[in-house]
Write a protein that binds this ligand. Structure first.
Ligand code: GUN
Ligand code: ZN
Length: 437
């Protein structure tokens, strides 16, 4: 079915730091969608002849942007976000691990998966790379719910067989077998993808990391998702546990886990050598500013990643992250870079949450902008429900100013509607059905 969405269009054709033409804004623009894919994006004048009677959804005050992509988030941790921790390792044992231990229960996992995906849509996020827990049922629940919603989502059962409570641990062998079964059942089904997910080097034995490498080798196209170099005590502990490895990244290299399909969250304290080897391996990074500030972990060096040639996309890292909103993440990411004398334009901020994130997940042939043929995942933003942003918009003279104000002041209130494959999955202003007398 053909559909037309009319409003101001904004998307990125490339990294805006690479050239001035990367950012495209059509003030009176339109998106022509058919069977869940983008046929054409352009000005209304260009699109009008192609409409041929298709229904037109009009958003006169709306800004239509590609759906946000979250490169790193933990779905079970939605139940304990905003829990204080002295640092990463304390926070994990005090809050994250106890919360995750409830996810052996199918009903808990299913109800949380529904709530989590409702919230992603309410925040304008249409694709995410997600940590589940070590329980097979938790990954299954999230896959099933994302499949039902026709959402592009990647997740995996967490692998953790040492240094963790029994209730959230597996063994090297059960982790391997359960992952194989999950890949067989879910990878490539609908819009779903699988990520082999060792939590981090501290919670996997050498045998488990070896089997994770085997899983990747046996299943081309499957992702690797883990944490790297977030906290200095964590790095010290990795050094003690893996004395034969040159550094933290070297642990993942040793087991064949550093690949173009690998996404490493954080990467805050990498050495010059680690940056060079990361780039050479084609590995990718999720930059999680709200989490890094919340746990006091450190400042991500975006310029170092770019100089090395490593792809970067934003991650919220909820529950250590303090918001599911990629707009709120832009706000904090901007400040993290300011502290390092790196000034990010509003175009760059949106790039890191859309096309840049799609490149980080190697999904840029499918999502990330409005190029013809891509999947029609998009968000209608406006400032109506944000009095401060609305007022700022009224005083703005350029779209750069408006976009920057949305990034600094926006959150889920700025998301008027969210569409997945051309279907509306969230409507902010929908009136609640009248209750029965
Ligand atoms: N490192 C290992 N596990 C976690 C986690 O759950 N959250 C964060 N932020 N870092 C981790
Ligand atoms: Zn994380």
């Amino acid at each position: 079915m053909r559909q037309v969405f009319r409003g101001t269009l904004f998307h990125l054709l490339d990294d805006p730091d690479a050239g001035a033409d990367a950012a495209v804004i059509h003030e009176d623009g339109a998106l022509l969608v058919e069977d869940g894919h983008i046929i054409e994006a352009g000005t209304w004048i260009d699109i009008q002849p192609l409409v041929k009677g298709a229904p037109i959804a009009r958003f006169p005050d709306g800004l239509i942007v590609p759906g946000f992509i979250d490169c790193h988030v933990h779905f079970p941790q939605i139940d304990m976000m905003a829990s204080p921790g002295d640092n990463l390792l304390h926070w994990l044992s005090a809050y994250a691990f106890p919360t995750e231990s409830r996810f052996h229960h199918e009903d808990v996992a299913a109800e949380t998966a529904r709530f989590f995906l409702d919230q992603l849509f309410a925040h304008g996020t249409t694709t995410a790379l997600v940590f589940a827990t070590a329980h097979k049922v938790a990954a299954e629940a999230l896959f099933a719910e994302a499949f039902r919603r026709n959402m592009r989502l990647i997740t995996g059962k967490v692998l953790m067989d040492v240094n963790a409570p029994a209730g959230i641990s597996d063994t090297a062998e059960t982790g391997y077998m359960e992952t194989r079964h999950l890949i067989r059942d879910w990878h490539g089904k609908g819009r779903l993808g699988y990520a082999v997910t060792p939590r981090f080097a501290l919670t996997s034995s050498e045998r488990q990391l070896e089997l994770a490498g085997r899983l990747l080798a046996e299943h081309p196209g499957v992702k690797l998702h883990t944490h790297l170099s977030e906290n200095t005590s964590e790095i010290e502990a990795v050094r003690r546990l893996f004395p034969d490895c040159p550094d933290y990244f070297g642990v993942y290299e040793k087991f064949g886990l550093a690949t173009p399909h690998s996404v490493f969250a954080h990467c805050l304290h990498l050495s010059a050598s680690e940056w060079v080897r990361m780039a050479r391996s084609g590995s990718n990074i999720a930059f999680c500013p709200t989490s890094n500030l919340f746990l006091g972990s450190g400042l991500f060096n975006l310029s170092a990643a770019e100089t090395a040639g490593v792809k970067v996309g934003f991650g919220t890292d909820v529950g250590a992250g303090t918001s599911l909103s990629l707009l709120a993440t832009m706000n904090e990411g901007y400040k993290v870079c300011q502290l390092q004398k790196r000034h990010l334009s509003p175009f760059k901020l949106f790039y890191l949450a859309t096309l840049g994130a799609a490149r980080t997940l190697r999904l840029d042939d499918k999502i990330g902008n409005f190029a013809s043929g891509k999947e029609a995942d998009f968000v209608v933003l406006d400032a109506h429900a944000l009095p401060l942003a609305k007022r700022r918009w009224e005083h703005a003279t350029t779209w750069a100013e408006k976009l920057f104000a949305l990034a600094m002041l926006g959150d889920d209130r700025a998301v008027a509607r969210t569409y997945v494959a051309g279907q509306c999955v969230h409507e902010r202003d929908k009136k609640a059905a009248p209750s029965e007398p």
